[in-house]
Design a protein around this ligand. Sequence first.
Ligand code: RIB
Ligand code: CA
Length: 320
Amino acid sequence: MPKKVILDLDPGIDDAMALCMALFDPRLDVLAVTAVGGNVSPQIATRNVQALIEQLDPPRWPRVGVASYADTGLPVDGRHLHGIDGLGGVHLDVAELRTRHPSEKIICDEIRANPEEVTIIALGPLTNIARAFQRDPELPSLVGRLAISGGTVAVPGNVTPAAEFNFYCDPESARAVLRSPCTKTLVPLDVTNRVVMSLDLLNQLPPETTKVGGLLHQILPPAFRAYRQQFGLEGIHVHDSVTLMAVMNPELFTAKEMAGDVETRGDLTMGATVFDRRRVPAWRFNLEVAVDMQKDDVVRELLASLANSGRRTGRNRFEV
Ligand code: RIB
Ligand code: CA
């Protein structure tokens, strides 16, 4: 039986790659894709979700949620890595927006319709998740599992020395979600940073004649250029695809119960994830944290998922 999932994205190139995997994987039933501001503004994130689904044209189109700004706005964005439009400057065409429902409403509706069955895969700031829990206080106990891409345990942040991007964008929501009573799995930078896809990835993608291959061959090269220019790195991180793999292939990851929270103040510390790792923790365990993975197997399964998506998406619309 395919696992019912909701993807919450701030596309974002690595979000887009995770979407390419999820929409066509037989292990998943993607009920909804909800947009959230982060790498790009809420408006552009919403447009990108719609455009990606139109380009990929999955067998069953998921519901789409409309993003709106976090109460405190967005302190930063990811356009230096993801391009001015969030997708490498490809500027995908998009038809008239088909839906006007807010992301948090879509999340509430789908969880209520499938109590304790849905895994929410949060690949951007946690604004929508926190709002859904505010909108329906019983919701956390009705979520099957919440998988979160973000945070750090023992490695530096990637947007400040202390904070990971998704948590830094909306620390109040990240704190509210980590303090909620739902079953949570966190996939932090400690794990996702360990996967660096080399330029050889471009040779391992599905053919450009497929919709998935055509899209990824457009949006990934700008990401490699940005990583080289910004970090001098001959490769790219795919944080969100690794987090998706933790849902699709949990046997490849090692997780442990931890007690974690998020700093919401401080010029230097805002957005930092803090764990009680004392010999006798005083904080209550509130989430599972992926602390290790079989990296080579994760990369192999990630590429296999992309290859499957390629096979299932026939000829693409990028063809002239
Ligand atoms: O820190 C990495 C995360 O922030 C990823 O989800 C990336 O897409 C950005 O949203
Ligand atoms: Ca993301």
